[in-house]
Each structure stands twice: as structure tokens, then as C-alpha cells.
Design a protein around this ligand. Sequence first.
Ligand code: CP
Ligand code: NVA
Length: 310
Amino acid sequence: MKHFLKETDFNPHEVAEVFALARELKRKRGRNKPVLANQTWALIFSKASTRTRVSFEVGIHELGGHALFLNKNDLHLGRSESIADTARVLSRYVHGLVVRTYAHSDVEELARCGSIPVINGLTDLLHPCQIYTDAFTAAERWTGPKGDLLAALRGRKIAFLGDTRFNMANSWIMGAALFGMQIALAGPKGYAPGAQIKALLKAGGLPVSFSFTTDPFEAVAGADIVYTDVWTSMGLEGEAKQRVRDMRPFTVTEKLFAAAKPDALFMHCLPAHPGEEVEQAVLDTPRSIIFDQAENRLHVQKAILSMLAR
Ligand code: CP
Ligand code: NVA
């Protein structure tokens, strides 16, 4: 059974297929083949979501399937029924799961115990749908509608600023290694990427080659992409005040963005908090591709769904 829980769950050949398919599905939106006809996919979300929920619901519908959204409170899961039994029961009804939750191990357990494909819609550890989409979006911008998307990524540098120890930073570390990019992370002391991400890189046969600095200007020098994420991720609200204090030097200001390559792109997974991790002026620059990223979640996830439904 094929799952998409982490970036390396597709081999390089399959990654190329996902990108090619996403481009095709985007070009032919409204005329896509109903590859999910007669299928129901359940979305189990324990955290809030605008993009992931809506893009998956719309994407499943556009591929001819039915999406069943289940808030964690709608299920017995986590109260009086185990993850294993939930996985076994849902496998009798639906054809696949998209799961957004806290512990990555919970998504792994759902995948292990069920008999249907599981897609990671964000955990504390990783957000792989976002990173595939981000890489696709930058590549699309660099190549236009016809060029080689994966070749466009190779050798590029991404600077990741702010919270360098959570899902988005981790996933970009994995993504950079997978797409042959260089990644420089800049965050406060104490927020350097942890051992778990190094172990994941090694397990996936990828090089452990990211750099970490506390100097944001050092990280953005020569960068093709400047990327940031919220300082306080879902589930970490109790640390919000401390995080604002710690991460203030890592705001993507116009001055910091100008220290990257002159044609560098600004990217953010959204939601953004202007005045915290990024200045409004940077979000608004023509080199900010944040809404293309948001749109492409739909096309790339439809490609991922199509691959898993085969
Ligand atoms: N970027 C992202 O996953 O957004 P949502 O939290 O709105 O799904
Ligand atoms: N790091 C953020 C990403 C949201 C898409 C969070 O986990 O809340």
C-alpha cells in the first residue's frame, strides 16, 4: 500500500510523474479524468485549516470522488477508540485518508494499521504536500509552462528564516535534499533543526547537508528563494510570547529580502502574520508568489491523489 507521509515516499521517478501530472491537471482543469470515481476519501483534521482542507475537498470532487470531512471531535479517535481500530474500520468504508494532526507517529500508525492510502496533511514533524507544491510553484515560475521543472530546481539556494525546528523547516530540509537544492536556515539559538530530521534524511538515503546560522543576512546571501513560516505553529500557542521575543531578529524585512539575489522569490506557506515573520511590503512585492503556492496545492495534491489511487 502506497502512502504519502513524508517527502521521500515517492522515488525520484515518481516525483517527476507527480510534477508532470500536476502541470497537466492544472492545464486541463475542468476536463480532468474522474480517476476517483466511486471513491470516498475521508479528511481527518485535528487542527484548523483553510488551504489544505479546501484544496483537498475541491480536488477530490474534481477527480470524480467524494470528500468526507471529519473533525477530530466527530470521531471516537483519541477518546474511546484506538488509532489502530479507527484505521481498520475506516478502511472498510473509504478509499483513502488525508490526516492533519500533532504527532507524526499517529499518521504512521493509521497507515500501518489500515489498508488504504494515507496522505499527511501536516503533522508537527512534516508538511510534505506543501513542500512538493512549493517546489513545483518555484519551478513553474522559473521555467514557464513547458520547461523541465525538476532541472529548474537543481542547484538553487533556499534561505529559511524564523522557526527552524518545526514542520515547515523540517520539510524544506527534506525537500531541498530531494530536489538537489541548497538550504540555509537562520533562526534563534536553541531552534536548530533536531536529530529527528537528520535521521529521516539518512533513512531516505538523502545527504545531511543543510546549514544553520543565527545570522539572517548570512543565510539569505545568494538565495534564490527566501522562505518563512509563522513563529507560533498550531499547538505551540503557550510559547507565543517567548517565540516573538526569540524570533524578532528573523523578520523578513524589505532590507533582508534585498540581501538575497536581485530576482529572488519570496515564499510563505500561509497563513501569514504581517509584522511578525514578514513585513507586509514583502508579502506584496511582485516577487512574492504566495498565492500561486496556495493555488498549486490544488493541482499538486490532485496529482498525489491520482498516484495513490492507482
Ligand atoms: N499552508 C497550509 O497548510 O494552510 P492551512 O493551514 O490553511 O491548511
Ligand atoms: N507551521 C505551521 C504551518 C501551517 C500551515 C503550523 O504548523 O501551524
